[in-house]
Design a protein around this ligand. Structure first.
Ligand code: ACO
Length: 338
């Protein structure tokens, strides 16, 4: 029994902020940002929210896959930046799309979130519990960005991406089919969590000592925005990502020659290049779009997947690797057959 991605979608806010604009806010330059990260601009929400972008990306994925909202059994939204604590973003997406038959919940694992959401959906589908899943990564990181910190504010952007995954089996053949699926490899190391942190703004009792009070901007210290030991995350990524890709290929007895593309979390061009080098694979197999969007955390992989799909670069039967890494620390890789 197997399940495949049959549709993709994305939503990118139209408002852009280029490196020159950031250089007007903090002590940096377009040249420095491009050289160290590969990022030229990022898209930032105006009227959009994490939920509205998730719903639109989901709608486009369903259209692309020719799947009706009523057919969706499971909606998973991966996000660290939902505009709502309650209800979950996935339930709001359900409401927007009219996906009345879906079970909905959110998942929080930062930049590895989409890979983990994809794996979770696959586990449900291959376990026979559901037939059709809508998996979304949506982030409004601009709300969590400390625009006074040049070490982080140059990196992040907003956006959403989605994929529809369907069981490739008729009702009858679900339990009989001998089609194959691939096992993912994922890791977490909470012991190194300090490398990338952001306190919940619902924790501000600890800051102000006052209960049930909205925390105004000037009361918030930098720990309520994303804080990162950039070099530690960089070193972790260039070591762990090639390792986990090697593990997932070995586990599934797949050779690098059989992989058409590695769709990596888009954090830094130098990280992508270092991973390609360590794997001994050509850069052509590592599509990138971070020049345009920056790091959109759990949205980066499905946005790139959607761009590749709509450009006709993904062909039936191709094997691709999805690889994510980020806060937690968390990292993982999955093989997807298109
Ligand atoms: N502009 C100009 N100078 C800067 C900037 C800036 N924006 N930021 C830092 N610098 C300075 C530093 O102060 C330092 O100066 P010094 O030598 O005088 O002390 C110098 O540039 C070098 O700083 P480094 O931190 O060593 O720069 P580095 O080459 O490591 O690049 C960066 C920094 C881009 C943040 C890089 O470390 C990186 O990309 N790390 C990985 C981030 C990442 O991938 N995160 C993914 C997970 S995100 C998630 O899960 C939500």
């Amino acid at each position: 029994m197997t399940a495949t991605i049959c549709g993709t979608g994305s939503y990118i806010p139209s408002y852009t902020m280029d490196n020159h604009e950031i250089a007007g806010m903090v002590d940096t330059s377009d040249e420095w940002i491009q050289e160290r990260t590969g990022i030229v601009r990022r898209h930032i929400i105006q009227n959009e929210t994490t939920v509205s972008m998730a719903a639109e990306a989901g709608r486009r994925a369903l259209e692309n896959g020719g799947v009706s909202a009523e057919e969706v059994d499971l909606i998973l939204v991966s996000t660290i930046s939902s505009n709502l604590i309650l209800p979950c973003a996935a339930c709001e997406v359900q409401k927007e799309l009219g996906a009345v038959n879906a079970t909905c919940f959110d998942l929080s694992a930062a930049c590895t979130g989409f890979v983990l959401a994809y794996n979770t959906a696959m586990a449900y589908l291959l376990g026979g519990m559901y037939r059709t899943a809508l998996v979304i990564g949506s982030e409004s990181l601009s709300n969590l960005t400390n625009w006074k910190d040049r070490g982080t504010c140059i990196l992040f952007g907003d956006g959403a991406g989605a994929a529809v995954i369907r069981l490739d089996a008729s009702d009858k053949s679900v339990l009989e089919s001998d089609g194959r699926s691939y096992l993912p490899v994922t890791h977490s190391d909470g012991g190194r969590g300090e490398a990338l942190t952001c306190k919940s703004r619902h924790d501000f009792n600890g800051l102000t000592g006052e209960k049930h009070r909205h925390c105004p901007e000037d009361m918030m210290d930098a720990s309520y925005y994303m804080q990162m030991d950039g070099q530690a995350v960089f070193k972790f990524a260039v070591k762990s990502v090639p390792e986990v890709i090697g593990e997932v290929l070995k586990l599934n007895r797949v050779d690098t020659r059989d992989i058409s593309y590695y769709i990596m979390h888009q954090a830094n061009q130098r990280i992508v290049e270092a991973v390609a080098k360590r794997l001994g694979e050509p850069m052509e197999k590592f599509p990138m779009n971070l020049k345009e969007y920056g790091n959109t955390s759990s949205a980066s992989i499905p946005i790139l997947l959607d761009e590749m799909n709509r450009k006709g670069r993904l062909k039936k039967g191709q094997k691709i690797v999805l690889a994510g890494f980020g806060a937690g620390l968390t990292w993982g890789a999955s093989i997807v057959e298109w």
